[in-house]
Design a protein around this ligand. Structure first.
Ligand SMILES: *[C@@H]1O[C@H](CO)[C@@H](O)[C@H](O)[C@H]1NC(C)=O
Ligand SMILES: *[C@@H]1O[C@H](CO)[C@@H](O)[C@H](O)[C@H]1NC(C)=O
Ligand SMILES: *[C@@H]1O[C@H](CO)[C@@H](O)[C@H](O)[C@H]1NC(C)=O
Ligand SMILES: *[C@@H]1O[C@H](CO)[C@@H](O)[C@H](O)[C@H]1NC(C)=O
Ligand SMILES: *[C@@H]1O[C@H](CO)[C@@H](O)[C@H](O)[C@H]1NC(C)=O
Ligand SMILES: *[C@@H]1O[C@H](CO)[C@@H](O)[C@H](O)[C@H]1NC(C)=O
Ligand SMILES: *[C@@H]1O[C@H](CO)[C@@H](O)[C@H](O)[C@H]1NC(C)=O
Ligand SMILES: *[C@@H]1O[C@H](CO)[C@@H](O)[C@H](O)[C@H]1NC(C)=O
Ligand SMILES: *[C@@H]1O[C@H](CO)[C@@H](O)[C@H](O)[C@H]1NC(C)=O
Ligand SMILES: *[C@@H]1O[C@H](CO)[C@@H](O)[C@H](O)[C@H]1NC(C)=O
Length: 798
């Protein structure tokens, strides 16, 4: 086969070398660029990850309803606790579940959430009554019917096999009508499908060039729409939805004469940025599989042709280590020997390729689909599924978690529904089960503890993997948690949620947790799971490398929520296209020149105006009363109920002297103490970024945000220690930024840095007490015991 003959003669590829269509010889098309962009060649392949960039530029966290990134919500959260007596819904909230906490479905289920707040988080009823609230469990009734013909390795399920026929039947004949959650999700999805039916076919719009963010947003939007339209057809039988899928797929195959769609040399789906290929594969797999019964044989062949030639061929080359793919297969750990390919790329790509291979497995006479599947499973086993550390934390940040876990869940789903088991993927790392717990704990009362980079638009990445993992890890709590979230209105939920699940997700769940693996160490405490006006703190003491170049220099960084406001918050991603942003995690990386990534851009100590040492190995010391919430939404706490975390972070400051930082609850979790114990410090600055307006008066700072007030007071410190404010911008002593056009710090509008300066303070303990002004009936504790961090215990401050 000559290079010019990219496409097989005709489908099916029955003659000649079955590998010809995807061997390096026949690969044609993709030629690695001779001259690469600077960010493509600097350092490790891991850097390419980053180039996702995408929509980050244009308002990262857009307002898509399927986007669960709570950072997109406005900060004007009016949920401050006053209730409308009739509905139990706090005033100022609105949302999807207005049926109320007592609304029951035909099967006796209740909505737990009564509304959605301005952060897109569920709002729960209040009260101490336990009727309707119970421990998470999977009941014996109202669930899925038994699979009438379970598949096996030797007998793959017939199409549709990514979402099996018996589930479609059960949904439309019975489950949607009788299950409150299914009913609501179904209505939302079909409405969306209907609303978007008249859209033009998604255009091929490049973002930052093909080797920048490529056409990832295009692929993800097509996947989202195909999924919604295919779903709508299946539950309504209205052919307009299936026809619209066909138009979209034909366009993305490059066969719509009215719409140009990428290069005609086999690289249409953009292997230069391989996530794009994978998401197109997933879109075509879902379109092919869910609508299998609707398509004619010619249409099935046509869709399969694109899957094989624009997708699986390139995936095979990459995963088999073929030299033709060496410019873009850094994410294929098994083929390249690259270590630490444990981020979302490996999950998204293996997930997309796997779904595509499985969808067409028995129709593909060339054997390519089987060969791809034989490579994706071990590659994902060794890489994607090792992404969470042993405690469950996702190495890349809490936002990249969405992409990684969605890819992993789609892959596991495809294997199980087609063959009956996931080939050991989910069990391969005990931390994978715990990554759902990580997601639950990293959600604060407003935003997540969203340290590091936030990543691109989510489109089809949701937290709905929790619905699937609930079944796989026998933990119904995960499903109960997710089903009340707004991003649950999505087609996969209709198959992954077990409708026999009942109970209250927080019942028995500890308020505090220490994610204690050193790579990504952090800890968190909260006053309640069921009321977003409560208190929440989280603090990082993670290593500064090993985050796929998405981290910050942030040992000791913390966030603080109370009264529905984020008082100490994160600045988020910098400009992904700026010079050296993803160059490396080394001390001299250009990444660490940008304010949002520097130590001064974090809520931690800045010593000698210098960045933390990237080799830092902070310790962690955690204590908790062990309080777990009961079934009722309201939780009464004793005044000595507490949780604390402190870290020896001396190594982040090059080991001179000692630098320890801790945070704890006081006064029954209504107040928070932040303490720094420092020996022999030269010049030190305490920094905290806030959206609040700040008024300082010596040792007191009054913060106002969203109509609420929080007072910060220095209760211990070197003599004369007092608050000041600063702008969230580079220090005059910082080394210069690179000079390209994209190379500027982002403005941090509305943010003030609250500071405390200590000039050569010797040894001291600096203690800041945060007192939210709770109003009626609240008595603040002002006399705080002075206890060295080394001596902190559960009772040290009683
Ligand atoms: C419907 O889908 C579009 C993308 O096609 C998305 O922008 C929008 O947020 C979705 N709306 C809902 C309610 O899911
Ligand atoms: C699913 O939602 C659509 C749109 O609201 C509706 O037409 C259909 O009847 C629903 N399906 C069931 C089984 O209720
Ligand atoms: C759609 O049509 C098929 C074939 O006639 C039928 O079996 C199925 O029940 C219909 N589904 C719905 C949701 O009406
Ligand atoms: C697109 O065009 C190619 C090349 O002519 C053809 O083989 C394939 O079947 C078409 N696919 C779709 C989805 O129209
Ligand atoms: C199916 O095959 C895979 C891979 O060959 C293997 O890992 C798995 O254990 C098999 N499952 C069963 C039930 O035999
Ligand atoms: C998964 O983790 C949960 C804690 O979130 C635990 O209760 C459960 O037993 C674990 N499941 C498995 C299969 O290990
Ligand atoms: C300020 O508010 C925005 C929007 O809610 C949020 O994304 C950001 O993290 C906040 N910044 C700080 C420093 O709290
Ligand atoms: C620690 O040392 C590194 C050089 O090894 C330097 O880049 C960094 O700024 C220093 N940080 C502090 C806080 O001294
Ligand atoms: C503050 O608490 C200490 C004990 O921790 C006690 O000795 C002291 O009298 C208290 N001071 C006031 C003013 O209450
Ligand atoms: C911790 O408590 C012990 C016993 O009360 C005391 O001897 C020691 O000095 C304390 N350590 C610090 C660092 O204050």
């Amino acid at each position: 086969m000559s290079n010019s003959k990219l496409y097989p003669e005709a489908y099916p590829m029955s003659s000649g070398n079955p590998n010809a269509a995807y061997s390096s010889e026949g690969v044609g098309g993709y030629q690695p660029k001779k001259k690469r962009n600077k960010w493509l060649w600097i350092g490790l392949p891991i850097l390419l990850i980053v180039i996702i960039i995408a929509a980050v530029l244009g308002g990262v966290l857009g307002s898509r309803a399927s986007n669960n990134d709570d950072s997109s919500a406005s900060s004007s959260n009016s949920n401050s606790g006053s209730n409308n007596a009739n509905t139990g819904v706090p005033s100022g909230v609105s949302g999807v579940n207005t049926a109320g906490a007592t609304s029951t479905g035909a099967d006796g289920q209740v909505y737990l959430a009564v509304a959605t707040d301005s952060y897109l988080l569920p709002v729960y009823a209040t009260g101490t009554a336990t009727a309707g609230y119970s421990a998470p469990t999977v009941g014996s009734s109202n669930g899925w019917p038994t699979d009438p013909s379970p598949p096996s390795n030797s007998s793959i399920r017939p199409n549709p096999r990514l979402a099996p026929a018996y589930k479609w039947t059960a949904l439309t004949s019975d489950l949607i009508a009788n299950n409150l959650y299914f009913k609501q999700w179904n209505a939302t999805i079909v409405q969306n499908a209907s609303d978007t039916l008249g859209d033009d076919p998604t255009p091929y719009t490049e973002d930052g060039g093909l080797s920048g963010s490529g056409v990832l947003d295009v692929a993800r939007e097509i996947k989202l729409k195909v999924k919604n339209w295919a779903y709508a057809y299946k539950v309504t039988n209205e052919t307009k939805y299936a026809d619209r899928v066909w138009l979209e797929l034909q366009t993305a195959a490059g066969n719509n004469s009215d719409v140009a769609f990428g290069a005609d040399d086999g690289t249409r789906w953009n292997p230069a940025h391989f996530l794009d290929v994978a998401e197109f594969c997933a879109a075509f797999a879902i379109g092919y599989d869910w609508l299998y019964d609707f398509w004619t044989d010619e249409q099935r062949d046509a869709i399969m042709w694109s899957i094989l030639n624009l997708g699986l061929r390139l995936g095979y080359n990459a995963l088999s280590g073929d030299s033709s793919a060496s410019a873009y297969n850094w994410w294929a750990g098994s083929a390249t020997g690259n270590a630490q390919v444990n981020g979302n790329w490996n999950c998204v790509i293996n997930g997309g390729l796997t779904q595509a291979a499985i969808a067409i497995m028995d129709r593909d006479q060339s054997g390519l689909a089987q060969k791809v599947l034989d490579l994706t499973v071990p590659d994902a086993y060794n890489n994607c599924f090792q992404a969470p550390d042993s405690a469950g934390s996702w190495a890349e940040t809490s936002d990249y978690w969405y992409f990684g876990t969605t890819g992993a869940a789609e892959m596991v789903n495809a294997l199980i529904t087609a063959y009956g088991d996931d080939r050991g993927l989910a069990e391969s790392n005990p931390g994978f089960n715990l990554t759902s717990l990580y997601h639950i704990y990293i959600q604060g009362m407003t935003s997540k503890f969203n340290a590091g980079d936030h990543g691109p638009n989510k489109y089809t990445a949701t937290a709905n993997s929790l619905l699937l993992w609930a079944n796989i890890f026998d933990t119904p709590r995960y499903a109960l948690y997710q089903r009340d979230h707004i991003d649950a209105s999505e087609p996969w939920s209709m198959f992954w949620y077990d409708p026999a699940t009942t109970g209250t997700w927080w019942d028995g769940l500890a308020l505090d947790h220490h994610f204690d693996a050193a790579e990504n160490q952090w800890a968190t405490g909260r006053s309640t799971w069921s009321d977003n006006s409560g208190t929440y703190w989280a603090m990082r003491a993670a290593k500064l490398q090993g985050h796929q170049t998405h981290g910050d220099l942030d040992v000791g960084d913390f966030v603080l929520d109370a009264m529905g406001q984020r008082w100490a918050g994160e600045l988020g991603s910098g400009q992904y296209l700026s010079d050296g942003y993803f160059s490396s995690e080394a001390q001299d990386s250009e990444r660490w020149l940008y304010y949002r990534k520097r130590t001064e851009g974090q809520n931690t100590l800045l010593i000698n105006s210098m960045n933390q040492n990237v080799d830092a190995a902070p310790t962690g010391n955690f204590g908790s009363s062990g309080t777990a919430q009961g079934p009722a939404p309201s939780l009464e706490l004793q005044t000595d109920d507490t949780a604390y975390f402190w870290t020896d972070m001396t190594s982040a400051y090059n080991g001179t002297g000692g630098v320890k930082r801790g945070i704890r609850f006081l006064n029954g979790r209504k107040q928070i103490l932040l303490q720094d114990d420092v020996t022999t410090s030269p010049t030190l600055q305490w920094r905290m970024h806030t959206n609040a307006t700040v008024e300082t008066n010596q040792a007191t700072a009054t913060l106002k945000l969203g109509g609420e007030t929080l007072v910060a007071s220095i209760v211990q410190g070197p003599s004369g220690a007092s608050f000041s404010t600063a702008t969230p911008t580079r220090l005059s002593t910082d080394p210069a930024l690179p000079t390209g056009t994209e190379d500027a710090d982002q403005p941090n509008d509305g943010v003030t840095v609250l500071t405390i300066d200590v000039a050569d303070g010797g040894s001291f303990s600096l203690q800041v007490l945060f007192t939210p002004q709770w109003g009626d009936g609240f008595t603040a504790l002002n006399n705080v015991s002075n206890v060295a961090l080394d001596n902190w215990s559960l009772t040290s401050h009683n």
